[in-house]
Design a protein around this ligand. Structure first.
Ligand code: CTP
Length: 433
C-alpha cells in the first residue's frame, strides 16, 4: 500500500439479508478515505441493487467475469487491492472460497488477491455452527485469511443468536487495523528480518502478538466525594481503545480495563472490565496482570482522592463558607506493577503514558525522561498536553521512550497509527530480549 494513494479496498458482498448493512460499511470506508470497488454476488443483488452500490461507491459494479472482459477484471481487482473485505460472507460464499470455486467475479477475485482477505460471516446460528461451515472457516484461516467472529444478537425476523454481522463501525476499525499491520510491499527490511518472521509474520499481515495476552487500561478514573460529585480528568479513553483494537488485529488476546469510557468495545477484545475509581482500576489491572505478557497503562488514574466520601449531597449554605475537600494520595499502579514484576510468572513488558506540559523546571521531554527513570517501566509514551491538546481528539503526537535511552518520535497521526507504533516497539523488545 502506497502512503500517497488511498488504500484500495474490494468490498465483496454475498447474498444475505445483512447486505443492507454493507451499504453503511461502504459509506464508512469511502468517508474515511478508502478507494472502494464493490463486487456483489448475483444473490446479493437480490437484496440490494447495483444502482445503490454504484451510487455509493461512484464506480460501476458487476457480478460476473463476462463484463469489462478486455480489462480482465478479476485479475486486476485482485492484484490492485490492498485489502478484500467480504461482508456479509454467507455460508455458501465461505464454502465456495474454502474450496477454491471461481464461478463469478467475487470468487475469482478471491483467488487472484495477494493482499489480506477478511471474511465477515453473517447467517443463522445453525448454519454458522454447522460442522461444514466450521470446517470451511478453519480451512480459510489455515490459509492465512481472516474470518471474523459473528456477533450475538437479533437475526432475520424475530430470532436472536450468534450469527449477526458485527457492527459496520467495528468492521471498519478492524479492517483499518489490518491495513495498518500490513507489510508495505516491497519492504526490504521485512524480507531481511527473519527475527520478525520468526515472531509470527504471516503472509503480509503482522501477527506478531500471536500467543500474547495483553492488558490495557484506558480512560480516566473518578473519585467521588458525595453521591453526585467526583474529581475526574479529561481522558476520553480513545488511545487505550485504539491500542486494544490494534492489538486484536495483530492477534493478541486482549483484556481492556476501562475507566469511565463510553466508547463501544473494539471487535475481538476478549474481556472488558469497567471501573470507576483508581482503587477499582488497581484491583482489575493487578488481577489480570498475573497472566499478561504486557501491561499498557494508558489510563489516567487520579493521583489523589477525597479523604472522605459523604453519603449525602453537600448543600450550599449561605451561613458557612464553601467547604474544602481534603485529599489523600492514591497508590501508583504502574509503580506497583514494576515493583512486583519479578513475582509474576511471565516476563512482562510494562508500558506507561505521561501526559506532560513543559514548565520552568524543564521541557516535556526532560520531564518524561525523569518519569521513565523513576517509574522503571520498559517504555514510556509521552504526550505534550499543553492547552488541552490530545484529550478527546482522534489524533495524537508523542515520543516513545525506552529504558535504555531509545527515543522514537511519532509525528502527528491518528491514535490508531500511534497504537501500532507502540506495539511495534513492544514487539521488538520481545524479539531482542
Ligand atoms: N499511573 C498509575 N497510577 C497512578 C497514576 C498514574 O499507574 N496513580 C500511571 C499512568 O497510567 C501512566 C503513568 O503512570 O501510565 C504516568 O502517569 P502520570 O499521571 O503522567 O504520572 P504521575 O506518576 O502521576 O506523575 P505526575 O502526575 O506527578 O506528573
Amino acid at each position: 500500500m502506497s502512503s500517497a494513494q488511498p488504500p484500495h479496498v474490494v468490498l465483496g458482498v454475498s447474498g444475505g439479508i445483512a447486505a443492507y448493512k454493507a451499504c453503511e460499511l461502504l459509506r464508512l470506508f469511502t468517508e474515511s478515505g478508502h478507494d472502494v470497488t464493490v463486487v456483489p454476488t448475483a444473490a446479493a443483488l437480490k437484496f440490494v441493487g447495483a444502482v445503490t452500490w454504484e451510487a455509493l461507491s461512484g464506480k460501476p459494479v458487476s457480478s460476473d467475469v463476462f463484463s469489462q472482459v478486455p480489462g480482465v477484471q478479476h485479475v486486476r481487482l485482485g492484484r490492485e487491492a490492498d485489502l478484500v473485505v467480504v461482508a456479509p460472507a454467507t455460508a455458501d460464499l465461505l464454502a465456495k472460497a474454502a474450496h477454491g470455486f471461481a464461478d463469478d467475479l467475487l470468487t475469482s477475485t478471491l483467488l487472484t488477491a495477494t493482499c489480506p482477505i477478511i471474511f465477515v460471516p453473517a447467517m443463522h446460528t445453525e448454519m454458522w455452527e454447522h460442522a461444514a461451515t466450521q470446517h470451511n472457516v478453519e480451512t480459510l484461516r489455515s490459509r492465512g485469511s481472516i474470518v471474523m467472529e459473528p456477533a450475538y444478537g437479533r437475526l432475520t425476523g424475530v430470532d436472536t443468536g450468534l450469527g449477526r454481522l458485527p457492527e459496520p463501525v467495528q468492521i471498519l476499525e478492524f479492517a483499518g487495523n489490518v491495513l495498518r499491520s500490513t507489510a508495505v510491499r516491497p519492504d526490504p527490511e521485512f524480507e531481511a528480518d527473519s527475527a520478525l518472521a520468526a515472531a509470527g509474520w504471516r503472509g503480509s499481515v503482522r501477527h506478531d502478538l500471536s500467543g500474547r495476552r495483553v492488558v490495557i487500561s484506558a480512560g480516566g478514573t473518578r473519585e467521588p466525594f458525595d453521591p453526585v460529585r467526583f474529581l475526574g480528568n479529561r481522558s476520553s479513553g480513545k488511545q487505550g481503545f485504539a491500542l486494544a483494537a490494534a492489538a486484536v488485529a495483530r492477534n493478541a488476546d486482549v483484556c481492556l480495563v476501562a475507566a469511565n469510557v463510553s466508547l463501544p468495545t473494539p471487535y475481538g477484545v476478549s474481556e472488558r472490565v469497567d471501573v470507576t475509581t483508581t482503587e477499582e482500576l488497581r484491583r482489575a489491572v493487578t488481577v489480570h496482570a498475573d497472566s499478561a505478557h504486557a501491561v499498557v497503562m494508558a489510563a489516567a488514574p487520579a493521583d489523589f482522592r477525597p479523604a472522605t466520601v459523604l453519603d449525602h449531597k453537600i448543600k450550599k449554605d449561605p451561613d458557612h463558607p464553601a467547604p474544602t475537600i481534603d485529599l489523600v494520595e492514591n497508590p501508583d499502579i504502574l509503580a506497583e506493577l514494576v515493583a512486583t514484576r519479578d513475582r509474576r510468572p511471565l516476563e512482562q513488558i510494562l508500558v506507561g503514558f505521561a501526559a506532560e506540559t513543559g514548565d520552568a523546571r524543564g521541557s516535556v521531554l526532560e520531564h518524561a525522561r525523569d518519569k521513565l527513570a523513576h517509574k522503571g517501566c520498559d517504555l514510556l509514551v509521552v504526550n505534550d498536553v499543553s492547552g488541552g491538546r490530545v484529550f478527546g481528539a482522534d489524533d495524537n503526537q508523542a515520543v516513545i521512550l525506552g529504558r535504555h535511552g531509545f527515543e522514537r518520535e511519532f509525528a502527528r497521526g491518528s491514535k490508531a497509527d500511534l497504537a501500532h507504533a507502540i506495539w511495534d516497539e513492544v514487539s521488538s523488545l520481545w524479539v531482542t530480549r
